[in-house]
Design a binder for this molecule. Structure first.
Ligand code: FAD
Ligand code: NAP
Length: 339
């Protein structure tokens, strides 16, 4: 398949915020050969390259003077199966949620808590995607990436990825590696994680006694549909800020003024605060300035009501950060990749 480079292409359909910026060039890569060909051409023409998947963790604040390479590679397969433990692999461009549903249909457990996360398989390791008490590091079996500095293929183990909370070696070195495919170690026996948020309660409400991975996936999907805006209807990139981990002393100081503080002690001795709760206490919930706003149900999600620019979204985010720092002494870090 020959590869087309589209000039001055709108990126509106390629980011879930629905921000209308243009890419100097846009191309779709369906396989490794097209990835290599695009990168080589870009080097020859001295054009920078920005790789994207579903654009669900991006905030574009300006036109992109680069080749935007959209990962459109597809394919998922079982690599090994000892009857209990099964390694599956998917190409970078595979949409994440259908991949999760495919794994469940094979009778495989491990990805159910990560249901309904938008985006692609290839981007999932970038921030070690996580939800409802599970992160991909918990089921990670390896990945294959192209080193863009050397052109060599690299195999990454769990250790190499240096996964942290919404973090990885890939996030800390943007543009260094292009992830081609990812492997997960799944299991035929369910090890259910139900203690996070309202998952157990939702299953009980549904009268489900024999809990299956598919039932957990369905319960989490229904909770998410109630709380989170669908990007097809209201532009957003999910949580706009990471949940901050602060010292016990700071958490206690905040609690003297806010006895209902939502705080989770961490294994390392810190305390994770719910950023959405802080933003809500500060009065930002449902706030709107033109088309840039804070979601009315979940303050951690910034939304584009239609025609907001990326710069307007960023400006709103920065004012929220300044306000939270002043009120609580807590520095909020943005989660999406800002370009
Ligand atoms: P993109 O936004 O396209 O890219 C993200 C970053 O990865 C960019 O820096 C890009 O350059 C890079 N990248 C993309 N593909 C590759 C590749 N193949 N190789 C190298 N670099 C690459 N995240 C969570 O962790 N948990 C959640 O529960 C969650 N819920 C969400 C809910 C909603 C409604 C939305 C809109 C977002 C949510 N997110 C969540 C954020 C987002 O969906 C994830 O981070 C997702 O993994 C991003 O995938 P993507 O393909 O859209 O990445
Ligand atoms: P929630 O249940 O209202 O909880 C608020 C925050 O408190 C969460 O973000 C979560 O942190 C933390 N939390 C809740 N229960 C916890 C527990 N038992 N132990 C430790 N921390 C706990 O959150 P929500 O907004 O509806 O999201 C539900 C899950 O989906 C969360 O895991 C969230 O991260 C994930 N999610 C992520 C995005 C994104 O874009 N990154 C978007 C939507 C949802 P953690 O975030 O650290 O889990």
């Amino acid at each position: 398949m020959t590869m087309q480079w589209q000039e001055h292409a709108s990126l509106k359909p390629f980011n879930t915020f629905g921000i209308d910026v243009k890419a100097r060039w846009l191309a779709q890569a369906h396989n490794d050969a097209q990835v290599r060909s695009a990168l080589e051409s870009a080097i020859q023409r001295q054009i920078p390259v920005l790789v994207i998947g579903g654009g669900s963790n991006m905030l574009f604040t300006r036109d992109v003077d680069a080749l935007v390479l959209h990962m459109a590679s597809r394919g998922r397969r079982i690599c090994s199966d000892d009857g209990e433990r099964v390694v599956v692999e998917a190409e970078a461009g595979e949409p994440w949620h259908p991949f999760v549903q495919w794994s469940l249909a094979q009778g495989l457990c491990g990805l159910e808590n990560l249901s309904l996360i938008p985006g692609t398989v290839g981007a999932a390791p970038m921030q070690n995607v996580g939800a409802y008490g599970v992160e991909i590091k918990d089921v990670f079996a390896g990945l294959t990436a192209l080193d863009r500095q050397t052109g060599e293929l690299c195999e990454f183990t769990l250790e190499h990825c240096a996964f942290g909370y919404r973090d990885s070696v890939f996030k800390r070195n943007p543009g260094r590696w292009l992830i081609l495919r990812v492997r997960f170690l799944l299991s035929r026996t369910l090890s259910a994680h139900l203690d996070y948020g309202p998952v157990r309660q939702r299953l009980q409400e549904q009268g489900i006694e024999a809990v299956t991975a598919q039932a957990i996936s369905d319960a989490i999907s229904s909770i998410r549909r109630e709380k989170l805006p669908d990007p097809a209807e209201l532009g957003n990139a999910g949580s706009f800020f990471k949940n901050p981990v602060v010292s016990v002393a700071l958490a206690e100081q905040i609690r003297t003024h806010y006895p209902n503080l939502v705080a989770y002690p961490q294994a390392d001795g810190g305390v994770k605060l719910a950023a959405g709760w802080l933003i809500e206490q500060a009065g930002w919930k449902g706030h709107r300035e033109g088309d840039a706003g804070v979601h009315r149900l979940q303050s951690l999600v910034l939304v584009n009501h239609g025609l907001a620019s990326g710069a307007q979204m960023q400006d709103l985010a920065q004012r929220i950060q300044a306000d939270i720092l002043e009120r609580f002494g807590v520095a909020l870090e943005m989660e999406p990749n800002v370009y």
